[in-house]
Design a protein around this ligand. Structure first.
Ligand SMILES: Nc1ncnc2c1ncn2[C@@H]1O[C@H](COP(=O)(O)OP(=O)(O)OP(=O)(O)O)[C@@H](O)[C@H]1O
Length: 298
């Protein structure tokens, strides 16, 4: 029984004198949603291409569902789904014709196309030619095309890039729901709010090396950003809170206290008779943690 859907060990990819990947180690647990985040040119697409067998590793080992993906094997490709950064479509076909064609190419169950159209909210454009779809519809079609043959591992390379905020939010929610499909998903993005929402684990890649792998929650706590405690306190209580702590901001939402010692803040609030029943604690965002750790060179 293979525990990891994807594994890379001491993976190097060199083109000419350029080291695109050097010494990448990666393990992706079966059933997890694993994000690869890093700046432009860090090597995310090169890593994906090597993991799926589109590119040969210069040295090191890769295992995809327990097999070496290089040289490409049709039997292995049939078990994975790929949404590339620049997907190719049959642009003159309608959306439905396109998905039916992809299903036929993979020998997939035709009725599953309708399930995907429904779950990716593409019902309104089944008869629209692919060349006339909006950016958001195209991205959802790219994801549907990658899922048509019910793959075991899904590779998503920046699925929300170039989308407006509302289309991005809606696709992120759809991807979040797709976690119910019990797939293993590898995904790259520049949007850390998305990575925080979707990923069980994230790996940070920089200059062709994976420098950090952990859960988003642990990543945030490692950055030691401190917490923000929000009290939906009535005004008289806001005055008491302001006298108790230096780092207090009063906003329309309530009273916000910044701290590195949440427990101590609650002890003081309770001792002063402040109602903490509706308090909400925010331990920081992945984006803040990423910036803090990059600035510290961690
Ligand atoms: N065939 C190639 N020949 C030479 N250099 C290449 C080749 N393919 C990629 N590179 C270089 O390798 C580096 C990593 O590229 P890659 O596309 O993997 O980065 P990325 O992290 O996916 O970037 P982005 O976030 O911009 O998509 C870049 O400096 C790129 O110019």
């Amino acid at each position: 029984m293979v525990r990891y859907a994807v594994e890379a060990q001491d993976l190097h990819v060199t083109i000419g004198k350029k080291n695109l990947l050097h010494g990448v180690n990666l393990r992706v647990e079966k059933g997890s949603f694993h994000g690869i985040i890093g700046p432009n040119g860090a090597g995310k697409t090169t890593l994906f291409d090597t993991l799926v067998g589109f590119r040969e590793a210069t040295s090191g080992t890769v295992r995809l569902l327990g097999e070496d993906p290089w040289p490409r094997k049709p039997s292995l490709l049939a078990r994975i789904g790929i949404q590339p950064q620049h997907p190719a479509f049959f642009v003159r076909m309608t959306l439905k014709e396109h998905l039916d064609s992809v299903a036929r190419i993979f020998g997939a169950e035709p009725s599953y196309v309708n399930v995907l159209i429904d779950s990716l909210h593409l019902d309104d454009c089944v008869n629209t030619r692919v060349e006339n779809l909006s950016g958001g519809e195209r991205q959802r079609l790219a994801v549907a095309s990658a899922l048509v043959h019910k793959p075991e591992v899904l590779f998503l390379d920046e699925p929300t890039s170039g989308l407006d905020p509302s289309a991005r939010k809606s696709l992120v929610e759809l991807l979040h729901n797709s976690q119910l499909l019990n797939l293993t998903t590898l995904y790259t993005t520049h949007y850390l709010d998305e990575a925080e929402r979707l990923c069980d684990v994230i790996s940070v890649i920089d200059s062709g090396e994976i420098t950090y792998t952990d859960t988003p929650q642990h990543f945030i706590s490692q950055a030691n950003l401190g917490s923000r405690i929000l009290l939906p306190a009535a005004l008289p209580q806001a005055d008491i809170v302001q006298k108790l702590f230096d780092s207090v901001v009063v906003t329309n939402e309530g009273v916000e206290i910044s701290t590195h010692d949440t427990a101590q803040v609650f002890v003081k609030l309770n001792a002063a008779g402040v109602d903490t029943s509706g308090a909400w604690v925010n331990n920081g965002r992945l984006e803040d943690a990423f910036l803090a750790m990059t600035e510290r060179g961690q």
